[in-house]
Design a protein around this ligand. Sequence first.
Ligand code: MRU
Length: 356
Amino acid sequence: MKFGTRPVRSIVADPNQRHVFIVDQTMLPFALEMRTLTIWQDAAEAIRAMRVRGAPLIGVTAAYGIAMAMADDSTDEALKLAHVGLLTTRPTAVNLAWALNRMVNFLSAIEPPERADAAWAEATRIEKEDVSTNQRIGQHGLTLLQSLHRKHQRPINILTHCNAGRMACVEWGTATSPIYQAHQAGIPIHVWVDETRPRNQGLITQWELEDAGVPHTYITDNAGGHLMQHRSVDIVLVGADRITAAGDVANKIGTYLKALAATDNHIPFYVAAPMSTIDFSIEDGLVDIEIEQRGAAEVRLIRGLDRKRMICDLVLLDDDVAVNNPGFDITPARLITGMVTEHGVLKPNKLRQIPR
Ligand code: MRU
């Protein structure tokens, strides 16, 4: 995709320098600022500060973080230090732990002198798999949109929340992959893009869809229920940050309310996510998933452009006003019509049947 005329990819690794270039997503969609990550602490900072964000991209960045650590010092102690340092950056998206465990398990079987090259190669495999996995998610999700189009014989209205798009992954996105593939296949679609306060990741989705030429409309977070009552939404398609074995889904705060409204209006509610987002070690999302509690500044301030098109933060609330800012919520499996994974579209209670 492009920012103006500049080609953009969420993450680009340089195998010669063993550096990683990322888009600083805290500036999107207002400015395109690239950052270079050279040591694992840079990767940790980028994840913690949400310069990289979105469950799959967090995992890929963390994998390269381990690879950068191994390029400096490939001892067991250095591996452990980087593992713990990266793991504690954000709590909810399980792709982080998944990618780190995969790197550590892989490297533990390799002698330290060989680890630097092996770690880079494994991180690169994780990055490439993200692309192919999300492409397959898109193929399976495409069938849902095709059948809705066959049924209604008019453009299909999709509602999405947050940014489960290209910038949350390496390419394609999760929830957006079926959207891009439907658009490329000539199926007429229109996307309702939730703003997604407080960080307004919907702005990133809007930018992505505009870049791809997908018809869309930006809406406030509170508009979805109304649109569903008036039959202006045919399907809700969202991403996920962690899914339990029983099919409960942690996703960006506000997702649960969309699922409630969709259920009340008999509108299909689908979650698109790779296997790396499923945490088979837990069952009950409300009990077992740690919800990230984020800082008050995200609610007190809002970022945008001033009249001179300069980035600025506007103060909405003074510091003495109490603020609560949970980053995610849990949508119970009973409100979810299906999961779009790289292995196909499944009922939430059938996840355990996926071959692992
Ligand atoms: O806090 P973020 O921006 O890292 O949250 C992640 C998300 O963008 C969403 O929750 C998304 O739907 C899942 S990631 C594909």
